[in-house]
Write a protein that binds this ligand. Structure first.
Ligand SMILES: [Zn+2]
Length: 1139
């Protein structure tokens, strides 16, 4: 035995392999003879032995047998009654407590709660045996309903969560408080909820009929010293297993653990446990335990400093394998539990994000909200992230990403007086290059994530680095080398923080975000115990990194700033953090993607029109700030990183669709209300009417353009009946559809002659003077730029819809599409082609496709108008598809081969674009076989390019010269019915002269997503808005005025007349720009500020006024490429409030 020559072993008389050597008569000298066999050990066998010290096969004779000294479950001591809430309802504490006594039934152990997702309330009266208080250090209620539960005080204060079952996240013990021990009895209330930490069926489709057995409702007395010995032994065992190779500390721990096993005696536990714990001090240091949390103050200096900073967290997915309503309970359970742990472990710090979850707790658990407030004040409960939810960051628009942080920070400030300093998206599936700028704009300069550790092709090269966004803004990013945000606080976790660190040369610290998570929960006390022991060991030995506790996440980043000369010595990563995984999430669940894009667009229009109405007609209209906030909060909630990506169970999407339906309803009403005062007596044109009735109406049609650039487009007027063919309405070019169900009109000037025809060889052609588009044998065979005489489809290739028939990722069905899906493609042919419209404003074809059980109907159209008013703008070829989708594990895309050669393609991202390779030179490039884009993707070369535009799709790929947009998938886990049924979506092909940088693609894509609403106004004031837009961007075609809204701090209660208007602009192409914002004269501005996203002043900008009182004023700005600028205009306080 290697320990034989260790001086420390002299005192261990009861260890058998240290038998006194016989044949020696002198006690302190080296014996002359030796007849023993020797002490060399078989290390592996000793190591294996450690597995039998607690529980298992030897559970009746090992430490596991003595963990409890008392256990009772009889009626005399535990009396319980229960009431089951009907269906899936979730009544609150107060409501349940009002129930009549006779509603409650007796409850016994063994009862089955269920089915899945139901809620049950238990009132428990506990009577403690009279001698227990004096005799025992701790008394607990062990309550294990095999599912999640929450313990309340009888006044409704949430005390702690329960996680039943036998998984590693089990937490079933409630410590009886002191006063109840003295009193000898306690009443508590428990809400039992029929789901586990991870829903009811893991990542499979949920079983609606699961029941959960009440396995334990026992009063127990834990043998505290036995538990502490178990934790000692656990740490020793982890040290043995995780310390590398054949180190001194590792051997020392193995010897110590082995000694403990030999010393423990089941027949004399009290004495031998004490002895064992003493033996453990050989590793942890003498008297280490008495130091408590102060253990973290020791062992520093002489080159030792905190290296792995522990912070508790629980990452509650805002919806995933459970719906939002269950998350509300999870937040209350997890957070009350953590507050309870803080009572006993003063070093414990807990970080959590997501203002939405706090808002739920505030509304549903106000008493807990107050308890959290106290802990926020002491710094134990830390608010991180500064965002509304931990959002997906691939798909939300730039403005939505900004709102995530604006709504998050404003909530944290209003309730807790705290501004988060660290953006926190550990689990989002790829991170947009727009984020650094927005993070800084929202008052943060640091960022935490780890998701790229899931990459399935390349290893991301950094742990701590400057993340530089598309516009050049940087944040300090820490991608924890622990590679998880739900670390179990093991020796391995602590060690990984250093050995897996990718750039120790420039920064040698790591954040250990530990605690059960995804389904919430957070740290268990065994984790806090383990960390104390790991730190105690590090204080004594040099082989372990120094784990530290008691500091904040902010302290961790401050330390990085301090030790890297404010980031100067850190490596830099530029642009997006592309996750090489979960590439199916850009497409999964088509209706959610559509809800997101359409809601974002709608909210833009709502804010723009409501702002104008509130300025124009303050006496008749007040800005609907509360409804706008409510709508935004729903849009932001649905952007959670398992909702918008399509990776949640079906139940979640019922709620999410409901959110979108409410946003659409409220949004449309707000637009109607605003337009009703802006265009007095006007009506929206919605339901089709006979043309005669339109013509008989007094007044005129008004097209309201909410975008900041002029538009020349064909719009559709819904009509009923037919006849009166192509009769002009007043002042416009019109065309009545062949079916008579719609009228086309051009806004602005007439366009070009246009036509659709079937040719002699059976091909179908759409053409105007600019482009000609041809379908032959069901496939797109030609797209000609007629002005240049250039064919864009390469010879012998065709475009159209294509089915990839093996979309079967090895894991994570809804999340992933793997590279192999590209190997089995089947081009689909348009059939039943017909000329549908033939000009003069719109020419179109209809076609359908049958595939398996699915049908696809497409209208392909070409308008007389160009995409935008930019010189040389081409018209786009538009595809409006209806799909009845019944495929599973198939991937429908639209593809277009192009005679255009470029190594990169451009894709819109939040507030700009991202370029990605079209080739496969390296594994980094191969990994990007499916990518995320917003409203456009563009492939171009010198002189020419083609863009694909979408109005609700986010998945794209450009491989070589083939562009693809991803349309529908059919994964079956975790939602077995995902995407089955009807879909409606549109896309378009936009050819453009010149490189993408010179093109009108950005504005065309913007307009493609913002159809022009038609209203009918009886008075002539319709012109004012149309012809004098309130804000015009001049001299900078690449700058987009994206948002117009009222200031967040404006008072809409009527008690103040101070008014501000906020404009948000961004540079969309990536170059410097110096726009002037011309403000119409009817908006009287007294002061203009450039602010951050939180509308706090950065600097004042000069208001330039012209001599003429007819003109308004103007401000000059300077933007670098992709810069986002927020301008806050203070309005003159006019007596009548009217501008
Ligand atoms: Zn998550």
């Amino acid at each position: 035995m290697g320990g034989g020559n260790n001086a420390e072993n002299d005192s261990q008389k009861n260890i058998q392999y240290h038998q006194p050597i016989s044949g020696c008569c002198r006690s302190h000298s080296y014996p002359e003879t030796n007849f023993n066999p020797g002490a060399k050990w078989i290390k592996g066998l000793t190591h294996d032995r450690l597995g039998v010290f607690v529980g298992g096969h030897f559970g009746a004779v090992n430490l596991g047998h003595v963990l409890f000294t008392e256990r009772i479950d009889d009626d005399k001591h535990i009396q319980m009654v229960y009431w089951s809430a009907p269906g899936r309802s979730k009544p609150g504490f107060d409501e349940v407590m009002k129930l009549d006594k006779k509603e409650w039934k007796e409850l016994k152990k063994g009862f089955n709660f269920g089915p899945s997702w139901t809620n049950h309330w238990v009132k428990a009266h506990l009577k403690l045996p009279s001698d227990w208080d004096k005799k025992h250090e701790r008394i607990q209620l062990e309550f294990d309903p095999s599912c999640e539960a929450m313990i309340f005080e009888t006044d409704g204060t949430p005390l702690q969560g329960i996680t039943g079952g036998n998984n590693g996240d089990r937490r079933v013990d409630f410590i009886i408080p002191k006063d109840a021990r003295h009193k000898g009895e306690l009443d508590i209330v428990i809400e039992v909820s029929c789901n586990e930490m991870f829903g009811v069926s893991g990542i499979g489709a949920p079983d609606p009929n699961r029941y959960f057995t009440l396995n334990s409702a026992d009063l127990v007395v834990p043998n505290q010293e036995a538990w502490r010995l178990m934790w000692d032994f656990t740490t020793l065992r982890e040290l043995v297993e995780d310390l590398p190779g054949n180190s001194i500390l590792q051997n020392h721990c193995l010897v110590t653990a082995n000694k403990i096993m030999n010393t423990f005696d089941i027949h004399d536990p009290e004495r031998t446990i004490k002895e064992c714990r003493k033996i453990a001090e050989e590793v942890f240091g003498e008297g280490w335990e008495a130091k408590g949390a102060d253990i973290y103050k020791e062992g520093l200096g002489k080159g030792k400093k905190p290296q792995v900073w522990g912070i508790g967290n629980c990452h509650i997915d805002t919806a995933w394998l459970w719906p939002f309503s269950v998350t509300q309970q999870k937040a209350a359970r997890s957070w009350s539990t953590q507050i309870d742990l803080m009572e006993r472990y003063p070093e414990h710090r807990f970080a959590t994000s997501s203002a939405q979850q706090f808002k739920w707790v505030e509304q549903l658990y106000p008493k807990l909200h107050e308890r959290i407030k106290e802990r926020v004040k002491t710094g134990q409960f830390q608010l991180v992230g500064g965002s509304w939810v931990e959002n997906d960051s691939n798909m939300p628009s730039g403005e939505a990403l900004a709102r995530q942080m604006i709504y998050g920070q404003r909530y944290f400030r209003s309730r807790f007086g705290v501004t988060s300093k660290v953006a926190w998206l550990p689990d989002s599936f790829g991170l947009s290059g727009a984020l650094p700028q927005l993070i800084r704009g929202a008052g943060m300069e640091n960022f935490f994530t780890q998701k790229l550790s899931w990459n399935n092709v390349n290893t991301f090269p950094h742990s701590t680095f400057n993340w530089v966004g598309i516009d050049g803004t940087q944040v300090v990013c820490h991608m924890t080398p622990v590679d998880t945000y739900t670390a179990q606080a093991t020796v391995q976790d602590v060690r990984r923080g250093i050995w897996n660190h990718k750039n120790l040369e420039s920064s040698d610290t790591a954040l250990l975000a530990f605690g059960n998570g995804d389904g919430g929960g957070g740290p268990l006390n065994k984790m806090l115990e383990n960390l104390r022991r790991i730190r105690a060991t590090a204080n004594e030995h040099r082989e372990l990194p120094v784990v530290s506790m008691g500091e904040s996440v902010d302290d961790f980043y401050d330390d990085i700033h301090k030790h890297t000369e404010e980031g100067k010595t850190l490596p830099v990563w530029r642009g997006e953090l592309y996750l090489e995984f979960h590439r199916g999430t850009y497409t999964s669940h088509g209706s959610i993607k559509k809800g997101n894009r359409h809601s974002e667009t709608l909210m833009r229009d709502v804010e723009y029109l409501a702002t104008l109405a509130s300025l124009f007609k303050p006496e008749k209209y007040s800005y609907p700030k509360d409804t706008i906030d409510t709508c935004w909060e729903k849009v932001l909630l649905n952007q959670f990183h398992d909702v918008l990506p399509g990776s949640a169970i079906g139940m979640v999407y019922v709620d999410a669709e409901q959110n979108y339906a409410e946003v659409a309803k409220d949004g449309r009403k707000m637009i109607h209300d605003a337009l009703s005062v802006l265009l007095e007596d006007s009506k929206g044109v919605g339901a089709p009417m006979p043309l005669k009735e339109y013509k008989a109406m007094d007044g005129q049609f008004a097209i309201v353009n909410t975008l900041d650039f002029p538009r020349l487009e064909t719009v559709i007027l819904p009509v009923t009946g037919s006849g009166e063919n192509t009769t002009a309405l007043d002042g416009g070019w019109v065309q009545q559809s062949k079916r008579g169900d719609r009228m086309f009109a051009v806004v602005g000037a007439p366009g070009r002659a246009i036509g659709a025809q079937k040719t002699e060889d059976g091909s179908f052609v759409l053409k105007n003077s600019s482009v000609e588009f041809k379908i032959s044998k069901g496939r797109i065979v030609s797209l000609v730029d007629r002005e240049l005489g250039r064919e864009l489809i390469p010879c012998c290739t065709t475009g159209g819809l294509v089915m990839f028939e093996r979309d079967t990722p090895p894991n994570w069905d809804a999340w992933d599409t793997e590279i192999h899906h590209l190997e089995t493609s089947k081009p689909l042919e348009f059939s039943n082609l017909k000329v549908h419209e033939s000009g003069p404003l719109r020419a179109s074809l209809t076609a359908d496709i049958a595939y398996g059980q699915s049908r696809i109907w497409v209208e392909i159209s070409l308008d007389a108008t160009s995409a935008t008013t930019q010189a040389n703008s081409r018209p786009y070829i538009r595809f409006d598809a209806k799909v009845d989708w019944h495929e599973r594990h198939k991937f429908l895309k639209f593809e277009l081969p192009l005679d255009i050669h470029s190594d990169i393609a451009y894709y819109e991202c939040a507030f700009g674009w991202v370029s990605r390779p079209t080739h496969k030179n390296t594994t980094q490039e191969i990994a990007k076989f499916e990518v995320c884009g917003h409203r456009y993707a563009d492939l171009c070369e010198f002189g020419y390019g083609v863009a694909l535009l979408t109005e609700s799709k986010y998945g794209y790929a450009t491989t070589g010269n083939v562009m693809r947009v991803s349309l529908l998938r059919g994964p079956t886990s975790p939602d077995s019915e995902q995407d089955q049924g009807e879909h409606q979506f549109s896309w378009a092909i936009l050819p453009h002269k010149g490189h993408f940088f010179e093109s009108d693609v950005v504005k065309a894509a913007y307009a493609f997503n913002s159809p022009l609403p038609i209203r009918h106004a009886s008075s002539s004031n319709a012109d004012s808005l149309l012809h004098t837009p309130p804000f015009i961007v001049e001299g900078a075609p690449s700058v987009i005025l994206d948002t117009v809204k009222r200031g967040d701090d404006d008072d809409f209660s009527g008690s103040s007349t101070d008014k501000t208007v906020v404009l948000r602009l961004y540079e969309a192409y990536g170059g410097h720009s110096r726009p002037k914002i011309r403000i119409a004269k009817y908006i009287k501005v007294s002061k203009a500020l450039i602010t951050n996203l939180l509308e706090e002043e950065i600097e004042e900008v000069e208001l330039m006024r012209s001599e003429s009182t007819e003109d308004g004023c103007c401000i000059a700005l300077s933007l670098r490429g992709f810069q986002v600028v927020t301008v806050k205009l203070f309005l003159e306080n006019t007596a009548d409030g009217a501008p």
